[in-house]
Design a protein around this ligand. Structure first.
Ligand SMILES: [Zn+2]
Length: 246
């Protein structure tokens, strides 16, 4: 695997929920996450659910927001940041809303499912930093509101039934099209349409490395598939590269 990274001229990382589980962040799309205990996220975390029952949405997202706020990047996030700093990886694309790649020092991360770190007023469209509204969002349990017009501030995470961010998807596609190597980390490639991104890389004859617990639909087209915990495997690969043994 290290040799593929050394050879890559335009390496791209595409990460999903599996890279953050060791940081304590549940995959809210997974029925095993515990986040389905009281609510069905497909209802409460859908744009329709948000419009119909905003109180339920904020109640649902509160523990997730608290978890994400307290979470620290793990060895896999740090490994991806190092690979980027060394130039082995040119671009990081993530489905995660947790900002942990950035907390580990990665730059220019494309977040195809949005981020919890900013919020948009549903009335005027002004964008606010979530950090300035943590009291409302997490501690008090109030609905955070726009200081200008009192509109609700909706976290910039992409809800079920919502359009993906146009610019982020464009960035992700164009970078996948340039890739000669794509590392697919901690994603089962089940959430469309972003699950199609590796196809753009394949069309450019890129090699795929997949590190994920479960099988993916592209396993048979990958150069290397490792079924395991990316938070264990990737740091080992990087440590070997750092010490000249890989
Ligand atoms: Zn507003």
């Amino acid at each position: 695997m290290a040799s593929l990274l050394w050879q890559a001229k335009y390496g791209v990382i595409f990460s999903g929920a599996g890279i953050s589980t060791r940081s304590g962040i549940p995959d809210f799309r997974s029925p095993d996450s515990g986040l389905w205990a009281k609510y069905d996220p497909r209802e409460v975390a859908s744009i329709g659910g948000f419009v119909r029952h905003p109180e339920a949405f904020y109640e649902w997202i509160r523990p997730l927001a608290r978890t994400i706020w307290d979470a620290q990047p793990n060895g896999a996030h740090q490994a991806t940041a190092w690979l980027q700093q060394q130039g082995h990886i040119k671009h990081i694309i993530t489905q995660n809303i947790d900002g942990l790649h950035q907390k580990a020092g990665a730059k220019g991360v494309t977040e195809v499912h949005g981020t919890l770190y900013s919020m948009t007023c549903v009335l005027c469209g002004r964008v606010y930093q979530t950090a300035d509204y943590l009291d409302e969002l997490i501690l008090k349990g109030d609905i955070p509101r726009c200081p200008v017009d009192q509109g609700m501030l909706k976290p910039n995470t992409i809800l079920f039934g919502e359009q993906l961010p146009y610019r982020a998807i464009g960035e992700a596609r164009s970078s996948a099209q340039k890739a000669d190597l794509m590392l697919i980390l901690g994603t089962s490639l089940e959430v469309a349409p972003v699950s199609e991104l590796p196809r753009y890389a394949l069309a450019n004859n890129a090699k795929l490395i997949i590190i994920n617990y479960d099988k993916t639909y592209l396993d048979d087209q990958a150069t290397l598939v490792i079924n395991g915990d990316v938070s264990e495997i990737l740091p080992q690969v990087v440590a070997a590269m750092q010490t000249g043994k890989g």
